[in-house]
Design a protein around this ligand. Structure first.
Ligand code: GLC
Length: 629
């Protein structure tokens, strides 16, 4: 196979030509244990301990000049067909995506009983309840059964093994776009539901196959993103071989096809978090100990920890690099990425085998963890008192001990926030983003929930976030848990920040829509903080509508009353999120294996002290004192 560098060398001399290498072979890794292994067959070793990463080759290297796009597409698809993979003989009539039980899902519809039908019986003029609880329980059980059936029907297989669940599985949807793919982030609640049911195989396969995809070299318009990047999603394609044989190909999307070409920064973080969860729930730690899996963890960690121009310990990303994968003004240091980053680093720290070659990385991870928590606890936290402080900030302070370190102009404290923030100091939250002269005060749910789950926030902050959600129940939960962010961007803000995105209109989709998949994360956060009743209340609310509404992806309007304008139905992470939330509530022990308590060792490790360039505001004592606030 011709070397990709050779191609690139040529093409750079002729600027009119663009090298379009969709997927080419692996570059040698920085890790010596991980060498490029030019195998055409990828499957047979997946469950064996293999000192080499099993890789898939795709001999796709094309030049495009001014060719019509149809030609390019044809070349691309021919090249894709050349891709190597294990060949499985398939029935040619099978659909392109192989769904375990077929795509023709006919949902079980359970008619809602009218109030008067279900509750009461008149006996000699008296009205009395006939086992209301019994009926409720039957209905609940039926909903759960339907959810399990739908979840199983969304399972995608690759060479007869289950490898993930497709994002949505609506048989009536004629234009699924990429919702027929397995998204890494969407699979997490499915994985947890399966794990808690004792079905680990699909999760193990998913972790190992996505690991193979990680090692591909990928290119977006002549540029390769960093090694270690995990795809946003993948699809199992079938392509014909000779006679009646078909081969199946795992086809990842690293952002090169995604709308807006967004980088799936969160995918690798979720992968690490899921890998830890797999070990915790199954007790099978041998998976995370494998050399190839260890290499995968290190590659993601190295990519995230690489030096750049950053002034902050938080991860610098472009807009739309997480669940909110469209322009929503979350470029820079959005909380969601930071909370997942922190969780992934805490997971990595537990899983990386310490030896001479890994000890520096572990040290870097420890230092970064303590720096991130210090930075977030100190600078992202707001409650009424802090907002009042910002409202009275002096600006343009030039000094190392400025109070207003980020030069936030008090006018950024908008009227909605002053009205909205509860009086009580028992309520507060972590703001959505922080950069020079920019504090995004919107409440982003996923980031706040993962700050609780991972103990990124202090114990008091974590409790205060839940207090705020309880206090602002109508705004953040309303008719359907939970708002993805609050409040929505409206008018000129919507025009400027979203670029007039018609999908993200105010109180819709990512812009203040309500996403039932957040329910499982809310449940985990509540259980960690000893408030399961709060989660149960939200689950009951969701249960009332999800099945009847056909498991929508998201809801619209200020209080989440309507099924979203463009919402998919039979959205898998809605179904799985609901099931996972219920299972967590039933299995507190499993839940407790998934969250993290405060780590006092991390608080001891203050980077500023270690590097001897510490400032007054970042000392060991200051770090320690944070657990008290
Ligand atoms: C949308 C969501 C994204 C999700 C994907 C598949 O793009 O914004 O978070 O992963 O759909 O469900």
């Amino acid at each position: 196979m011709m070397n990709a560098i050779g191609f690139l060398g040529n093409s750079t001399m002729r600027p009119s030509k663009c090298l379009l290498r969709a997927f080419t072979r692996l570059s040698p890794s920085r890790d010596t244990a991980f060498q490029s292994h030019h195998s055409r067959c990828i499957n047979q070793n997946i469950n064996n301990q293999d000192p080499y990463r099993i890789t898939k080759l795709r001999n796709v290297a094309q030049f495009c000049t001014n060719r019509p796009s149809s030609v390019t597409t044809q070349v691309a698809s021919e090249a894709r067909n050349l891709s190597a993979s294990r060949t499985c003989t398939k029935d040619p009539t099978l659909d392109k995506i192989i769904s375990k039980n077929g795509l023709n899902v006919k949902p079980l519809t359970i008619e809602r009983l009218e109030e008067d039908e279900k509750d009461e019986e008149v006996v000699n003029g008296d009205v009395r309840n006939i086992d209301k609880d019994g009926l409720e329980n039957v209905r609940r059980k039926e909903i759960e059964e339907e959810a399990w059936r739908l979840l199983r029907q969304s399972v995608v297989t690759y060479c007869d093994s289950p490898v993930g669940t497709m994002a949505a599985n609506d048989p009536t949807d004629t234009a699924p776009l990429n919702y027929d793919q397995v998204f890494v982030r969407d699979f997490v609640p499915s994985a947890l539901a399966f794990l808690m049911k004792g079905e680990g195989e699909i999760v193990r396969n998913f972790l190992l196959y996505t690991l193979q995809l990680q090692s591909w070299e990928k290119t977006v318009d002549c540029y390769s993103p960093g090694q270690g990047l995990m795809p946003a999603s993948f699809k199992v394609r079938t392509s014909p071989l000779e006679e009646d044989k078909f081969e199946e190909v795992l086809d990842p999307d690293f952002g090169e096809s995604a709308i807006g070409r967004v980088a799936p920064v969160d995918s690798g973080l979720w992968w690490i978090i899921l890998l830890r969860a797999y070990g915790k729930i199954t007790g099978d730690y041998s998976l995370q100990e494998r050399v190839d899996v260890q290499t995968g963890i290190k590659m993601i960690a190295n990519l995230c920890l690489a030096d750049g121009f950053d002034m902050f310990p938080t991860l610098l990303v472009t807009d739309g690099s997480c669940m909110i994968d469209r322009r929503m003004g979350i470029h820079g240091h959005p909380l969601e990425i930071q909370a997942l980053f922190y969780s992934a680093l805490r997971s990595s720290r537990e899983m990386i085998t310490i030896n001479d070659s890994s000890k520096n990385l572990v040290r870097t991870i420890n230092n970064r963890l303590s720096a991130i928590s210090f930075h977030i606890r100190e600078n992202y936290w707001v409650d009424k008192g802090k907002i009042n402080e910002i409202y009275r900030y002096k600006t343009e302070e030039y000094s190392t001990d400025a109070t207003n370190k980020f030069n936030i102009y008090p006018d950024q404290v908008s009227p909605w926030l002053m009205d909205w923030i509860p009086e009580s100091h028992r309520c507060g939250f972590l703001v959505g983003n922080l950069q020079p002269a920019h504090m995004d005060f919107r409440f982003f749910t996923l980031g706040n929930l993962w700050s609780i789950i991972s103990s990124l926030g202090t114990p008091k902050q974590n409790q205060a976030i839940l207090n705020l959600i309880e206090e602002k129940w109508d705004d953040l939960i309303g008719h359907m848990p939970l708002k993805i962010c609050f409040p929505a961007l409206e008018s000129s803000e919507w025009h400027i920040i979203t670029g007039s995105d018609p999908k993200n209109t105010p109180w819709s989709y990512h812009n203040g829509g309500s996403w039932p998949t957040l329910l499982w994360q809310f449940t985990l956060a509540c259980m960690k903080m000893g408030r399961p009743e709060l989660a149960a209340k939200a689950v009951t609310l969701a249960e009332k509508r999800l099945q009847a509404d056909r498991w929508p992806e998201y809801y619209d309007t200020r209080y989440g009353k309507f099924i979203g304008k463009k919402s998919r139905l039979y959205q898998t992470w809605t179904i799985a999120g609901f099931l996972t939330a219920k299972q967590l509530l039933q299995n507190p022990e499993m839940a407790s294996s998934l969250f993290w308590e405060e780590d006092f060792e991390l608080l001891e490790t203050c980077v500023c002290v270690l590097t001897k360039s510490g400032r007054k505001s970042c000392s060991r004592a200051a770090a320690k004192s944070q657990i008290l606030i």
